[in-house]
Design a protein around this ligand. Structure first.
Ligand code: CTP
Length: 393
């Protein structure tokens, strides 16, 4: 592919070198367009050596080849990393006063931005509005992440790591519309089972993998309904979202959409049990003595019930997050589980105190109903989502 990497003026420009390098090593032809501000952080020779191409910055260079239009027209993909708040504001307003702005406006290629800025700037209402506008125009964002920022502070605003940006950008560019006309139901997040008006029994699922699946399916043309249980991330644009809290609410939402779905993906972490009684006012510490016993009753197994009542031709995918780290033992658990659940596929991954939850990456093995491995994927949750869809679509 012909890929344009735009680099704007932020400290994270040093990480853009890694983005360019990964794309070149993956066999793509990469042209870097750096703004003047970007070149105050990283020198032109670095980008020229890594991209193996001359680096363009100036709108008035190469005028005879109409370069300000040609690079955008030739691009199959444009990645801007880092994308500063100021750059996104200009893009939202359609301002093209430099080579990067002109190239983007002259292009119909997918555009992927990797924002990087301080938390306050990311949360500023101007940035929030610009991001919403860019997203509504089909521009993709990767990150920003939470973590250590340039100074001593930390928070949201850190640019995603180069590999995550590259994975997401290539997934976006390589996507086909193979799910056009298909209705896809996806559950995501973790259910919360109320004890009283202020407390619940929950789990650590953030909903990131399910949301990535919804984004990937929508981008491939599917009509997507996302049933989200207490999502910690925003639902993607262009998807019908039903927000739920408990397993019973999730069950109701799923059973009302499932009959018309061609594909159902149960990525949500559903509580197996719920408190037998939900107390109407806050449970007081002194009302129970030194010990408290909760009585729990079983929730319906939604996946199992779906598999029993599915319409002809519907494909059902379950997820299983297990703490087992030994691969053979993990596969054995998966085989037992898919046989019990009756789904067509089971996406297996390992979770633990520090693995699997609220992280940007994932590693999965996919089993079919016979218990055979039909595929494996690792990388960003978006690239894993696309791989899962490749396998089941
Ligand atoms: N699931 C469901 N309804 C439940 C529990 C789980 O539909 N009450 C679905 C999940 O969405 C997931 C799959 O079943 O797709 C496996 O979930 P998991 O929690 O791993 O399975 P369990 O049935 O809880 O089995 P175990 O407790 O033995 O791990």
């Amino acid at each position: 592919m012909n890929i344009v990497v735009g680099v704007t003026g932020g400290i994270a420009a040093y990480k853009a070198v890694g983005v360019v390098r990964s794309l070149v090593l993956a066999g793509h032809s990469v042209r870097v367009i750096a703004t003047d501000a970007a070149l105050r952080f990283v020198g032109k020779p670095t980008f020229e050596a890594i991209s193996r191409n001359p680096v363009n910055t100036d709108l008035y260079e190469g005028v005879s080849e109409v370069r300000h239009v040609a690079m955008g027209q030739e691009a199959d993909l444009i990645v801007v990393a880092p994308a500063t708040a100021s750059f996104m504001a200009k893009l939202a307003a359609g301002i093209a006063d430099d080579l990067l702005g002109n190239t983007i406006l002259a292009s119909t290629a997918p555009i992927v931005l990797a924002p990087a800025m301080h938390t306050e700037m990311w949360r500023n209402p101007a940035t929030v509005a610009n991001v919403a506008l860019l997203r509504s125009r089909g521009i993709h964002l990767v990150g920003p992440e939470s973590g250590q920022l340039t100074g001593k502070d930390s928070g949201i605003g850190r640019m995603s790591e180069p590999d995550a940006i590259v994975d997401a950008a290539l997934a976006i560019a390589g996507r086909t519309r193979d799910l056009a006309g298909r209705r896809v139901l996806i559950t995501a997040g973790g259910t919360r089972e109320p004890l009283d008006p202020v407390r619940f029994i929950g789990n650590r699922s953030s909903g990131r993998q399910g949301v990535a699946l919804a984004a990937a399916a929508a981008a491939r043309g599917a009509d997507v309904t996302l049933v989200g249980a207490n999502l910690e991330v925003d639902a993607p644009a262009g998807v019908t979202v039903v927000h739920v809290g408990s397993a019973l609410e999730l069950s109701d939402a799923v059973h009302s959409s499932a009959p018309s779905a061609h594909l159902v993906i149960m990525a949500a972490a559903v509580a197996d049990f719920r408190p037998e009684t939900v107390v109407e006012s806050k449970i007081k510490k002194d009302s129970t003595g030194d010990r408290m016993t909760l009585s729990l009753v079983k929730n319906p197994d939604i996946l199992h019930d779906l598999a029993l009542t599915r319409p002809d031709g519907q494909v059902i995918v379950g997820f299983a997050a297990e703490t087992e780290s030994d691969r053979d033992a993990l596969l054995e658990l998966g085989r037992t589980k898919i046989a019990r659940k009756g789904s067509d596929y089971l996406v297996l991954n390992t979770v633990g105190w520090t693995v699997g939850f609220a992280t940007e990456g994932n590693a999965v093995v996919v089993l079919n109903s016979a218990g055979d491995i039909v595929g494996e994927a690792s990388g960003s949750k978006l690239s894993v989502a696309d791989r899962i869809l490749d396998l089941v679509s």
